[in-house]
Structure formats: structure tokens, C-alpha cells
Unconditional design. Structure first.
Length: 280
């Protein structure tokens, strides 16, 4: 993120493309030609080791962004990463790809301190049998049914020490949350619906997260006047909510087709603060 100076961002809130989730395969393959080659290799050799290499390469791709996030955050800045694990049948084998634990390991190596994370509990989908839609006839017989993934993670990290503020800083005091907000937001499980059925084609295509998630995280971990970064803007939920809450916003998006709608979505809200969208 060469356009962003070291130590100039107070908060990062994002949801990247999820490794090993099919809808993001092309994004990873076009972002890194090595990943496209590895998928070809898997077709040829059908080896579990190649599956592992693909998974590693997808996380290497994301890791560059976590490293840059560390650089641009201020001392005491917070990074919030919404990520889901993936289940997938490859080479005839059904397995879990635990994206959340891989990202924690990578971020700790970069230098971040891991903080207690949030589980976003989505409305339950049907349990799966052998990775397929329903439990079918033998769904009540042990031991070959799988637990359904109905939670995503909101991982939380801090760079360096606690942020320091002047005594009675009016921006900080003016950003206080209420007691009921504190009790609800700082508990570990958030039971929230996904984006609405009525969400736009753009929001579905980018797997947008609910505005409520961005709103809570921004109010929990930044104060008025701060700058909030989203390195994977998608439909621009983070930028829109940051600006509605008197924060500035900066972000990146590689899919150029999203830009006109993304810009319109942000402008439609008659937001006056700064937003800077940088194309990769
Ligand atoms: C899960 S979506 C983000 C959804 C977003 N939180 C929202 O509410 O709309 C991930 C986005 O990252 C974008 N993307 C993928 N690789 C990228 C990269 N290297 N730099 C910037 N954006 C990237 C994709 O095009 C996609 O729009």
C-alpha cells in the first residue's frame, strides 16, 4: 500500500477473499499466477501436497496485506479481520481449512499482539453429510457426519502499546459507547444475520458484511477524526460506515468493475468526510 504513509491509520477493518472458498478461487488465481499454476498442477497430479501448497499460497497472498497493515497502523492501532474457515472436498477428501488460525499465526509473526476475538454466529444452515447438502438417510448414524460451519471469526490484533490520548480528549469522550452497547459489543458471540436477502447484486457479489459489524468495530476501536483502512473494500461497507461516524476512510479494491457503484454508494450517503479509494 505504497500510497499510505507509515503510522498514519488508527484502525483497519476488513474481510478478505476467503482462502479455499470456491467463489474466491479466481480472485486468488488472477492475483497470483503461482496459484493458477498450482490448480493446474493439482489437476495433473491429484496430490494432497498440492492442495496444501494452494492453501499456503493463498495465505501468502493475504499475508502481504497484513504486513502492510502493520506498517501503516499507528502505535496502538487495531486490526479487525472478518474471516470464515472453509470446508471443501478435494481429491475425494472432505476437510476443514482453518483460515482463522492461519491468519493468527501469520499476524503474530508480523509482530501483532492477538486480542480476544469475536465469533459472528450466523443463522444456522442445514447440517451437512459427507460435505453434501443434507444429512440424507444415514444422517443419524455415527460417525461420518460433519459439524456445520455457522460461525465466522472477527479476529482482533493490536500493533505495539496502548494508544495514548491527551487528558479529557474531546474526540475520545465524544466517541464513548453506552453501557448497553458495551455489554453487547464486548461479549464474544455476536448473533447477527448476514446481509439482507434484498441486498444489491453488488453486495452479494462481494460477499458484503452487514453494516452493523462495521459500525460496532469502528465505534469500539476508533474515535472521531481517526482514519479507518479497508484493504479489501468490496462494496465499500467499511468506508461508508466510517464516514457516517465522522472518521476518514482509505481503501483498496482490485475489481475495477466495482468502482463506479462503490463510489456511488459512498456518495449517495452525502458523506462529507474524506474517502480515498485507491485502485490496485
Ligand atoms: C469479501 S470481499 C469484501 C466485502 C466488503 N467487506 C463489503 O462489505 O462489501 C473482498 C474484496 O476484496 C477484493 N480483493 C481481492 N484481492 C484484492 C487485493 N489484492 N487488493 C484489493 N482488493 C482485493 C475483491 O475483489 C473483493 O471485492
Amino acid at each position: 500500500m505504497p500510497e499510505i504513509s507509515d503510522g498514519s491509520v488508527q484502525l483497519m477493518v476488513t474481510s478478505p477473499p476467503y482462502p479455499m472458498i470456491e467463489m474466491w478461487d479466481n480472485v486468488f488465481a488472477s492475483g497470483d499466477p503461482k496459484i493458477a499454476k498450482l490448480w493446474q498442477k493439482l489437476e495433473d497430479d491429484g496430490q494432497d501436497g498440492t492442495v496444501r501448497q494452494i492453501y499456503d499460497a493463498m495465505h501468502d497472498y493475504l499475508s502481504q496485506v497484513w504486513g502492510e497493515t502493520y506498517r501503516v497502523l499507528v502505535d496502538g492501532g487495531i486490526a479487525c479481520i472478518n474471516i470464515g474457515d472453509a470446508t471443501r472436498r478435494l481429491n475425494g477428501k472432505f476437510q476443514l481449512f482453518p483460515n482463522h488460525s492461519r491468519i493468527i499465526e501469520v499476524c503474530e509473526k508480523i509482530g501483532f499482539t492477538t486480542l480476544p476475538y469475536i465469533l459472528w454466529k450466523k443463522p444456522t444452515t442445514k447440517p451437512k453429510y459427507k460435505g453434501k447438502g443434507a444429512f440424507l438417510g444415514s444422517g443419524f448414524l455415527p460417525p461420518n457426519a460433519y459439524v456445520t460451519l455457522d460461525c465466522e471469526f472477527i479476529l482482533l490484533f493490536r500493533k505495539g502499546n496502548l494508544r495514548k490520548f491527551p487528558v479529557h480528549d474531546p474526540d475520545r469522550y465524544g466517541s464513548a459507547f453506552t453501557k448497553s452497547q458495551r455489554d453487547e459489543w464486548f461479549s464474544q458471540i455476536w448473533a447477527l444475520k448476514g446481509t439482507k436477502q434484498t441486498s444489491s447484486e453488488l453486495e452479494r457479489r462481494t460477499a458484503a458484511y452487514p453494516e452493523e459489524i462495521a459500525e460496532r468495530l469502528i465505534k469500539m476501536f476508533s474515535i472521531k477524526g481517526d482514519t479507518v483502512l479497508d484493504p479489501f473494500l468490496g462494496s465499500g461497507t467499511t468506508a461508508k460506515i466510517a464516514m457516517q461516524n465522522e472518521r476518514s476512510s482509505v481503501g483498496y479494491e482490485t475489481d475495477q468493475n466495482l468502482l463506479p457503484t462503490l463510489t456511488k454508494r459512498i456518495k449517495n450517503d452525502k458523506i462529507v468526510n474524506n474517502v480515498q479509494i485507491i485502485r490496485r
